[in-house]
Each structure stands twice: as C-alpha cells, then as structure tokens.
Design a protein around this ligand. Structure first.
Ligand SMILES: C[S@@+](CC[C@H](N)C(=O)[O-])C[C@H]1O[C@@H](n2cnc3c(N)ncnc32)[C@H](O)[C@@H]1O
Length: 384
C-alpha cells in the first residue's frame, strides 16, 4: 500500500515565520498527531480524513507536503541515485505530468534548476526502465508537484505537494492595494490575538479588506476551500473524490450565517471600492460593514472587541516622521473610543512603540513579505 493511502500520512505543513505555533494548534484541532514545530512549518502525521481536512480548513498553511523520504546526499550523483530508488509508480502514472520545486541551503549543491533537472531525470528514468515509457514534465501546471528540500549539511527531504499552489490564494482577491497583507499572515495574526470571534472586530485602516475578510471567515467558520477548491491532490491518481465531497459538504453545513460584528474603514474611497469588491467575491457582504472615513471618525461599538490593523509605513524618513504624528493621534483616538478593546498593530517601524501613547503588551516578531515587522498588542483600559 502506498503511503498516501495509509492511515499515518507524514505531513510537513509550511507557513510564514512567526505563525508556527498557531499552525501547530490548528493542526491539532483538525486531528493531526505527533505535531512537531519546525522552521516556517510544522511536521505531523494524519489519517486520510485529517489530511483532507487540513487542505480544506487550514487558514495558516501555505503548502501541505506529504513527506515521502529523507536521505543525506553530498552531490548531484548521490541525489539522482537516491531519488531513483523511490517507488514513484505508487504516486503517479506515466499519463501524469510532473514538476519539481527545489529549495537548497547546501553550499555546493545550490543550482536549483540543475537539482530539479536531476531529480526529474531520476524519476523518469525509473519509469522508462520499468515500463519503457515515461511521464512528461509540465513546470507550470503539473498533475503532481514534487518538492525537494536540501539542508546546509545535505539532509534532503522529498515530498509531494498536496496543495499544488500557495494556499494564501483564497480566491477573493480581485485587486489588492499596494500594501495588501498576505491572507495567511492576516489569519495568523488574528489567531495570535485574543479575539473572541463572538465579539466585534474592527480594522480602522482596512485597505483592500484582508483582515476583515479573514476575521469574518473565522467568525463564520468558513473553510478556505469553500472559496478556492483548486488543490494539487485533486489531480493525483489516488485522489478520493467521495471522501473529499463528504468533507466539503460537512464544511458547508458548519458555516454560520448570522455574523454581523465585523467592521472595516479606510479614508481612501478607492481602497473602500476595492475592499467592497473583494468582500463580495468572498460572499461576505452581509457580514462586514465598511465605512469610508478617517480613523478618528470611525464608529467603534461599545463592547469588548479587538482592533487589528497595519498602519501605513512611509518609504522615506520625512514621510515616516509625518506618519508618527498619525500613530500618536491613532493612540489618542483609541484611548477615548475603544475602552475595553485589545488593539494590535503590525508595523516595520521600530519607533512605533515609542510613538504610541499606550503601554505595549506582548510583541511578536513576524515577516510581512520579506520585511521584518513587530506585531504589538495593547489593552485599552478605562479613561482616567
Ligand atoms: C498598509 S495599508 C493597509 C493594507 C490592508 N491591511 C490590506 O490588506 O489591504 C494602510 C491603509 O491605511 C489607510 N489610511 C491611511 N491614513 C488613514 C487614516 N487617517 N484613516 C483611515 N485610513 C487611513 C490607507 O488608505 C491604506 O489603505
């Protein structure tokens, strides 16, 4: 029996820096076992149903890989020989197309195009020797995407990419603002906050709406696969359509309809138009209320909710100085209008904490794209 039909499928679920722990928690909730936190990812094992559920429900996964084998290699010849020993005929047929993605931290084996070529050669040569025919390569749109990861010391992991695409592509982003945040990062930051999804959520500088959309999906218990159900695994020979469809129907039944406590606002009418389009595409128009207002005019429900936002960050020093005055004003407004709330800001500006007239709580280090950022929490206490 092949590994992907077994009841203990070894997975490596990739995520963004800083989200490993919340991803591990999510995987446990979905039923994964032997959960082990790694660098920018989490290793675990899952049965068939849990494996499919991870693809359907995970908000913090960027890619879901099925770990096939690991081995130490010190040159391309050893890589080729090892890859050729693996039973590829268990995972794809000669009719399938394939592609190989490579990440290498090895000081000498660092030519990723060549490494991908060698890996692909080993796979197709095995097929040719067994059946006298070979599968074809389709770098852009393969049936089976294979992932090779080589560490600095030559420890190599080969895996099948069950997601087949980056899972932050939720399918709602028609247009992004220039500074739109990654959807997985937004979901992860909401997870790191102490938001109770039954209470108000406000993004007073919502841009294209990523935070409010992810928050509404969480409050509604909407599985991301209900918006975008393109996954690599669906083109694998062993894909179990009936099981997948049952889990999709269960996910549809789980979704709540009554959520109406998510609010977004932006002073730029163009951004509000983009946010409205994205929200419509995400089928969340009834769940999110948008305002086209500067943050000091935003209505914040009197309750104990959460505010999460990524304020603008200037590219030039002068611009940044101006923006710091704005952060100060933002702090004053929140102190007055958002008593009882927790507020969270993601910013690359190391001066942000000093500028905010509020006492910072926990600070998380995260990456927004390639930019190191702080995700800073505040508790907004009663007026003195
Ligand atoms: C970094 S972007 C937010 C991006 C957003 N998280 C997304 O995923 O698209 C910052 C946003 O703050 C808005 N903004 C700047 N000053 C503002 C103010 N005083 N009041 C409200 N919004 C403001 C900008 O129009 C911009 O859309």
């Amino acid at each position: 029996m092949s590994l992907i039909s077994s009841s203990v499928i070894p997975l490596f679920v990739k995520t963004l820096m800083g989200l490993e722990e919340v991803l591990a928690e999510e995987l446990k909730q979905l039923g994964a076992d032997d959960v082990y936190i790694g660098r920018r990812g989490v290793a675990c094992v899952a049965d068939q149903e849990t494996f499919y559920k991870v693809l359907i429900h995970s908000r913090m996964a960027i890619r879901v890989l099925v770990r096939l084998a690991e081995h130490n290699v010190s040159n391309e010849k050893e890589l080729y020989d090892w890859v050729k020993t693996l039973a590829w005929e268990d995972y794809l047929s000669v009719k399938n197309t394939l592609a190989v993605d490579v990440v290498s931290f090895h000081p000498e084996m660092n030519h990723t195009v060549f490494l991908a070529q060698k890996t692909k050669d080993a796979i197709v040569d095995r097929f040719r020797e067994l059946y006298e025919v070979r599968p074809s390569v389709s770098p852009k749109d393969p049936d089976v995407r294979i992932n090779l990861h080589i560490s600095r010391d030559g420890a190599s992991h080969i895996a099948l990419d069950a997601s087949g695409r980056s899972m932050n592509q939720r399918g709602y982003r028609q247009q992004a603002g220039k500074a739109a945040i990654n959807e997985v990062l937004a979901a992860g930051l909401i997870s790191l906050s102490l938001w109770d999804p039954e209470t108000p959520f406000v993004d007073p500088m919502c841009g294209s709406g990523t935070f409010v959309i992810e928050a509404a999906m969480i409050a509604k218990k909407r599985a991301p696969a209900l918006l975008n159900d393109t996954f690599g695994i669906k083109r694998w020979p062993h894909f179990r359509e009936t099981l997948w469809q049952r889990l999709i129907r269960e996910a549809e039944r789980e979704e709540r309809r009554d959520v109406n406590w998510i609010y977004g606002s932006d002073q730029d009418p163009k951004m509000i138009m983009i946010a409205r389009e994205n929200i419509k595409k995400a089928r969340l128009s009834r769940n999110i209320t948008l305002f086209n207002k500067p943050f000091d005019k935003v209505w914040i429900p009197e309750d104990k909710g959460v505010i999460i936002t990524n304020p603008p960050y200037g590219e030039h020093i002068g611009e940044r100085r101006e923006l710091r005055k704005m952060y100060e004003e933002l702090g004053r407004v929140l102190k007055y209008k958002a008593v009882g709330y927790k507020a969270y800001f993601i910013t690359p500006d190391r001066e942000f904490k000093k500028t905010m007239p509020l006492k910072p709580g926990k600070v998380f280090n995260v990456l927004n794209g390639s930019i190191p950022c702080e995700y800073i929490s505040y508790t907004i206490g009663p007026k003195k």
